[in-house]
Design a protein around this ligand. Structure first.
Ligand code: PMP
Length: 405
């Protein structure tokens, strides 16, 4: 698929062709996205919304067109429900502050899950410390899927919000968010989905899913860094206070006090990243030009192929083996005597052979603690990866294991 659209894939690393398998950390960018950034600064860079002059109007139009494209991309009812942020972390922090101010009081409870990235743990911990609230988490079953019966047991009249990852950035497993949302809503509890690892890999429809909030990052879906999205249902966003003060988010400012702008601007203080939103729009168009059906089928097949090849290597332990995954696989390698080859050593030897894989805790320390290891080796795929990448990775891994055993 379309490798030639991504100039970086022609690079060599340590004199070897680059095999980029770190897409869960960030994806590479197609030429159309790279060109969009240059086009913006060469032709219409200007601060948006307040300018009467031509360039400002062009920039404003591009930014608001991008908002509409994002809304359509995730199936939102209205572009007013799309707030541009810096990324998933920023979106979740914004929500934690804003929702916390309006809805969390002493003794209230928030539920996350055992597979969360730190970005969907720490903002809630900070909120809980501020408000004397309690953070709970859905545990894992033996097979490393979420224990939904335990989730039902955690929900009670004190629960004010559930915030869960759609796809685990460590295990690649797809959490049953439809079921979680149904169960939470039956108890009147809203649900936020951390879509950092799902939005780049599967067709999202927030209205069909019925999530109350969705957070995701542009840079993991072939867009630029520094732009992300917080989607919220209008009913919620209207109720919540802004999380930051400054320009654009205001209606009127007087010494006696300030009134706030309407949605979505109430949540966008300061000069927004309008070049980023434009380039993100190009990334969305790029994905749409290939089509979700093709992207999903390709990545599903590639992930299954890689898992099968990995399972054939002696000593490899795949986490959540056999469970369907969205483009991410974590594993460790154990020697004959069941001792762990440190993932960092494997990562270093892979790198020397041109293979970019990630090692460590993947910003999910509680999950890594649960797995009982210091970290894992993680490979993750994008739409441009193919079987030749998997074959190169497997050959490099076999060589690394041989050297380290
Ligand atoms: N949540 C998940 C599930 C992630 O994988 C990541 C990125 N590794 C984040 C949140 C944070 O994303 P960002 O660094 O783009 O804010």
């Amino acid at each position: 698929m379309k490798r030639e659209d991504f100039p970086i894939l022609k690079e060599q690393v340590h004199k070897r062709p680059l095999v980029y398998l770190d897409n869960a950390a960030t994806s590479q960018k197609p030429q159309a996205v790279i060109d969009a950034i240059s086009e913006a600064y060469c032709h219409w860079n200007s601060n948006i919304h307040r300018g009467v002059h031509h360039l400002s109007q062009v920039a404003t139009m591009k930014h608001e067109e991008a908002r509409k494209a994002v809304a359509a991309f995730i199936g939102a009812k209205s572009s007013d429900e799309i707030i541009f942020t810096k990324g998933t972390t920023d979106s979740l922090n914004a929500l934690a502050f804003s929702f916390g101010e309006a809805c969390i009081h002493e003794g209230d409870e928030i539920i996350v899950s055992a597979v969360e990235h730190h970005s969907n743990i720490v903002p809630w911990q900070m909120l809980c410390a501020r408000k004397k609230a309690v953070l709970r988490h859905i545990p894992l079953r033996e097979d490393k899927t979420l224990d939904i019966e335990a989730f039902k047991g955690l929900l009670n009249e004190k629960t004010k919000l559930v915030s869960v990852a759609h796809v685990s950035n460590v295990l690649g497993t797809i959490n049953p968010v439809e079921e979680i949302i149904r169960i939470a809503h039956a108890g009147g509890v809203p649900v936020c989905i951390d879509g950092a690892q799902s939005v780049p890999h599967m067709h999202m429809d927030v209205q069909a899913l019925d999530c109350d909030f969705l957070a995701f990052s542009g840079h993991k879906m072939y867009g630029p860094t520094g732009i992300g999205v917080l989607y919220g249902k209008r009913e919620w966003l209207e109720k919540l206070p802004p999380h930051e003060g400054g320009g654009e988010m205001i209606d009127h400012v007087r010494w006696s006090g300030t009134t706030y702008n309407e949605l979505p601007f109430k949540f966008e203080a300061g000069t927004p990243n309008f070049v980023g939103s434009y380039a993100l729009h190009k990334a969305i168009e790029y994905i749409q030009s290939i089509g979700w059906e093709a992207v999903e089928a390709h990545e599903r097949e590639l992930t299954a192929y890689c898992e099968e090849r990995l399972a054939g290597i002696e000593g490899v332990h795949i986490y959540a083996a056999g469970i369907p995954k969205a483009g991410v696989i974590s594993f460790n390698v154990f020697t004959d005597h069941q001792s762990l080859i440190h993932p960092f050593d494997i990562g270093t030897l892979l790198d020397q052979q041109g293979v970019a894989a990630r090692t460590g805790h993947h910003c999910a320390e509680p999950l890594i603690d649960d797995l009982g290891v210091p970290g894992t080796v993680r490979v993750s795929f994008g739409l441009y990866n193919d079987k030749s990448d998997v074959d190169a990775f497997i050959a490099a891994l076999e060589r690394a294991v041989q050297m380290l055993s």
